[in-house]
Design a protein around this ligand. Structure first.
Ligand code: SAM
Length: 281
């Protein structure tokens, strides 16, 4: 017997290839009393494929609060529940957070059944630094909000990981190119574990141009990874220069240099001298 009574299991499901579910994941889905699924229409084919006939209940962002008490009552009465999303690991840019938080409040046991996650799969194959990374989920929908977010990440030295939908991939890449610069290294991980899996590693400017040339590269599901900002000893980083340039649009030189130094970690005087030089020529 794999499942315990009164436990909420967080079960990862495949992000493409149906083989990517663990043996324990299948056992848990088979043995729990109920599967709470982001979209039952989406989960049904997977359960059919796995030969699992456990009852399903929808749990998505629009009914999450209304369903909460009922699910908690079931758990308190000793039923075991599995939480799944449409693909990958629940709660990672997917529903489930209120339920998990409430289980913690009520001291209800939660057990993860790990498996596929697009962000981690992409990172592991990206060739970018993996010792530190920053998951940012989906960037905002408007260009101005996106650029603002990217500016706030300009001097981040950890690898940046984003999710993006096909209808916004070009716009997001274009905004990344504007803010991080054409020569920042990046990776586009598309359709992972599926027929058209593609992992493109290049500078942002090249990726942007490639997607413009080839409409096929804009199709499907994407993880975008951007290399963290590099800091060379004694040299002002391109990120610090960008921060300085942006701040100078609305602040006097001295104040801009001081703020840019605080944001980027560079020396205030070095940035001040740089701005003076820019003014002179
Ligand atoms: N919870 C999921 C996980 O663990 O990866 C992510 C859910 S989020 C709503 C869906 C986004 O994940 C997609 O828009 C895409 O950015 C990314 N994604 C999901 N499957 C993918 C795949 N096979 N290849 C690349 N990206 C994928």
């Amino acid at each position: 017997m794999t499942v315990d009574k009164g436990v909420l299991y967080i079960v990862a499901t495949p992000i493409g290839n149906l083989g990517d579910i663990s043996a324990r994941g299948i056992d848990v889905l088979r043995q729990v009393d109920l599967i709470a699924a982001e979209d039952t229409r989406h989960t049904k084919p997977l359960l059919r494929h796995l030969n699992v006939s456990t009852p399903l209940q929808a749990l998505h962002e629009h009914n999450e609060k209304a369903q909460l008490e009922g699910l908690i009552d079931r758990l308190v009465s000793g039923q075991a529940i599995a939480l799944v999303s449409d693909a990958g690991t629940p709660l990672i840019s997917d529903p489930g957070f209120p339920l998990v938080r409430e289980c913690h409040r009520r001291r209800i046991r939660i057990s993860p059944v790990p498996g596929a996650c697009a962000a981690i799969a992409a990172l592991s194959a990206s060739g970018l630094a993996t010792d530190r990374f920053r998951f940012e989920g989906f960037p905002p929908r408007t260009s101005s909000a996106r650029q603002l977010l990217f500016r706030n990440l300009l001097v981040e030295s950890a690898t940046l990981v984003f999710y993006e939908a096909s209808h916004r991939i070009r716009e997001s890449l274009a905004d990344m190119t504007v803010v991080f610069g054409v020569d920042r290294r990046a990776v586009l991980a598309r359709e992972l574990t599926k027929l058209h899996e593609t992992i493109l590693s290049a500078e942002l400017g090249e990726l942007d141009a490639l997607l413009e040339r080839d409409p096929n590269q804009r199709k499907g599901e994407f993880v975008i990874l951007v290399a963290g900002a590099l800091k060379k000893a004694g040299v002002v980083s391109p990120e610090a220069v960008r921060v300085l340039d942006i701040l100078r649009e609305s602040l006097p030189l001295k104040q801009a240099a001081s703020l840019a130094a605080r944001i980027s970690g560079e020396k205030k005087n070095q940035l001040y001298q740089l701005a003076l030089k820019q003014d002179q020529g």
